[in-house]
Design a binder for this molecule. Structure first.
Ligand code: SF4
Ligand code: SF4
Length: 297
């Protein structure tokens, strides 16, 4: 089974809750964990990963290159680049592409009057790594290079590696910590999942974000569940629970705000391991039990 954990927004505790759930499920199930938040991968950190067993470059982005030999310096590409990525080199007066900001849209190549002067070249856009966590299960984690566009392909490649690992190691499940937002990394995270677990806080902003993530889940027709984090920070706000009820999304549990959570993060441990008696840990343990019963069987 493939489970995707998503939130529609960063900062609601998705990865910290995921780390604790992985810790609690590890003794009863075999799985590979996937950190699909390639712009800010921190699941490895939260699981205390300090070394990677294997690393693979991901070649996925395209950037424009200008051949200064054939360029006639007409400046059309400079004027037409929609992202302002072309500049004039001060020393030689050549037109040059800023590779860090180039989106690879090829507008410059299409408008250039000298055929073959601007070409699109594939470049590395990130890296995918594998680690064996100290808890015994493997983790696949992707990281985008600075300035490279968000890449759903990176997450897809990551999940393909995880699928191969499942076969090789005879693992039952893949548990994916999705990226924040609703961009292509999230679509790649949720695509192919059997179940989506959404995490949100009881605030209007978090409700709006999780509703957007749920639209992606609905697109893939996946059953969804909800975990409410920091459930007690806004007691007057009922919007999140009302929305879940209206959509028929079962609530797996409610986790109270607890200072033990940030403390455990600074210790690079899941809170359920670092502070098992904390009120957040007790709530997460209950949620893990519901997941075992309702989802994993
Ligand atoms: S490929 Fe697009 S973004 Fe890159 S330099 Fe050309 S026009 Fe600009
Ligand atoms: S459009 Fe082509 S010829 Fe004109 S400045 Fe750009 S690269 Fe040079």
């Amino acid at each position: 089974m493939q489970i995707a954990i998503a939130s529609g927004k960063g900062g609601v505790g998705k990865s910290t809750i995921t780390a604790s759930l992985l810790y609690l499920l590890k003794d009863d199930y075999s799985f590979v964990a996937v950190d699909a938040d390639a712009e800010a991968p921190n699941l490895g950190l939260l699981l205390g990963v300090t070394e990677w067993d294997e690393e693979r470059e991901h070649i996925g982005a395209k950037v424009a290159r200008i051949n200064t030999e054939s360029c006639v310096k007409c400046g059309i590409c400079y004027e037409r680049c929609p992202y302002g990525c072309i500049y004039i080199d001060d020393e030689e007066g050549n037109y040059v592409v800023n590779e860090l900001t180039c989106e690879g849209c090829n507008v410059c190549g299409l408008v250039c009057p000298v055929a073959g002067t601007i070409t699109l070249e594939e470049v590395r856009s990130g890296v995918i790594r594998k680690a064996t966590t100290k808890y015994g299960f493997p983790l696949i984690s992707a990281q985008l290079d600075v300035g490279r566009p968000e890449s759903g392909k990176l997450v897809t490649e990551e999940k393909e590696w995880a699928s191969k690992l499942m076969k090789e190691l005879n693992l039952e499940h893949m548990i994916v910590d999705s990226a924040a937002g609703i961009g292509c990394q999230v679509i790649a995270s949720l695509g192919g999942a059997d179940v989506a677990i959404l995490i949100a806080e009881p605030t209007p902003a978090s409700l709006s974000d999780v509703q957007r993530a749920y639209k992606v889940v609905q697109h893939f027709r996946e059953p969804a569940y909800l975990i409410i984090n920091k459930a007690d920070i806004n007691p007057g706000f009922r919007g999140l629970e009302e929305w879940a009820e209206k959509e028929g999304i079962p609530i797996l549990g409610r986790i109270p705000y607890d200072r033990a959570v940030p403390k455990s993060m600074s210790m690079l441990k899941p809170v359920v391991e670092a502070f098992p008696d904390s009120k957040a840990s007790k709530a997460i343990v209950e949620i893990a039990e519901v997941i075992k019963k309702e989802i994993l069987g």
